[in-house]
Design a protein around this ligand. Structure first.
Ligand SMILES: *Cc1c(COP(=O)(O)O)cnc(C)c1O
Length: 345
């Protein structure tokens, strides 16, 4: 006997990367930013008043929406704040009218939410170079198509033409969600596609580029008709007042975010070159991590070796990832320690 719905009994829970607080751990497993967030965000938190905490936050997060809209050159009613972009994925799954299409491998949380809502899932594999299967995704004709771009855990990105064609091919049939969690480390964004196609919805987060994973703030960008369904499925006060206050301060400090992203991109190039010298294959990354295959393909063994030395990277038991590791870009010092800890060939 079970107290739960059959689909809940049958699903497996999302497995987050280890969050060890132990001293001396080098955490290169959950794509956190190694640099601190904007001091202005911390000031906003320190300056919170009793009145701000006594009352409920603005359920629409209007001031944050105005700041985010200004940054992206869209009006504030194109922005819907979430308690992390994970929270927006929940709203999308709740509002969803039919099957979802999900490329594979990608961020597993889309599948988790579809399973919770008991929605059919059409899994569409990336090709062996992790390219987006545009035509197959159009043919799947799902109510919602999730594309993380740049993608996790592969780090690769589809180009403008591919996403444009995908959006056009799905128009009138379903929503194209472009999850831009890693856009701050990428060469391009898809804001123009959200303006061009009525069915394109973008997801953004302050967890990666803005070093605010602990704050829990993400948002959707899309036309108000598309956002209307999500407003209905949103929890009433999903984003707290402290989170909104710090989020506004962080998003207004572009200089700080961009300087850190530049450092990470430089470290990414260095780490890529170092691994390639050691015979690894590294896929071109537009994110703050790399997907890399060791020369012997013994990824799991290397994952365990590093873990025993308190260096956490991510290993996925996915058919296409079994011989690869996902390594978050840390500071140069952390990356060098990871390189030194690799088993000698
Ligand atoms: C990290 C990540 C998220 C989650 O972002 P939060 O705002 O922290 O919930 C969403 N999508 C992808 C692809 C991610 O890698």
């Amino acid at each position: 006997m079970s107290y739960f719905k059959t689909n809940i009994d049958n699903m497996t829970a999302y497995v987050p990367g280890e969050q060890s607080a132990a001293a001396g751990v080098i955490k290169l497993n959950t794509n956190e930013n190694p640099y601190p967030p904007s001091p202005r965000a911390l000031e906003a938190l320190g300056g919170l008043t009793a009145e701000q905490l006594r009352t409920y936050p603005d359920p629409t997060g209007r001031r944050f929406a105005e700041a985010a809209g200004k940054l992206l050159d869209v009006s504030a009613d194109w922005i819907l704040p979430g308690n992390g972009s994970d929270n927006v994925i929940v709203m999308i799954a709740r509002a969803c009218s039919g099957p979802v299409a999900i490329p594979s491998p990608t961020f597993p949380y889309y599948e988790t939410q579809a399973q919770i809502e008991d929605i059919a899932i059409r899994e569409v594999p990336l090709d062996s170079e992790f390219r987006l299967p545009v035509q197959e995704l159009i043919d799947a004709a799902a109510a919602v198509t999730f594309v993380a771009n740049p993608n996790s855990p592969t780090g690769t990105a589809a180009g403008f033409e591919e996403l444009d064609a995908l959006a056009a091919g799905l128009c009138g049939k379903g929503i194209l969600v472009i999850d831009e969690a890693y856009v701050d480390f990428a060469e391009a964004d898809a804001v123009s596609l959200a303006r061009k196609h009525e069915n394109v919805l973008l997801l953004r987060t302050l967890s990666k580029g803005y070093s605010l994973a602990g704050l829990r703030l993400g948002f959707a960008v899309g036309n108000p008709v598309l956002l209307d369904g999500l407003w209905k499925t949103k929890e009433i006060y999903n984003v707290s007042e402290p989170t909104l206050a710090a989020g506004i301060a962080a998003i207004e400090d572009q200089e700080h975010m961009i300087a850190n992203a530049e450092k990470i991109k430089a470290s990414r190039a260095k780490l890529t070159a170092a691994l390639e010298t050691l015979g690894w294959r590294v896929w071109p990354s537009q994110t703050n991590f790399i997907m890399a295959r060791p020369p012997q393909g013994n990824a799991e063994e290397i994952y365990e070796t590093l873990k025993a030395k308190n260096i956490f990277v991510r290993y996925f038991k996915h058919r296409m990832l079994i011989d690869k590791l996902r390594i978050t870009i840390g500071t140069d010092e952390q990356n060098e320690k990871m390189l030194e800890a690799l088993p000698k060939a």
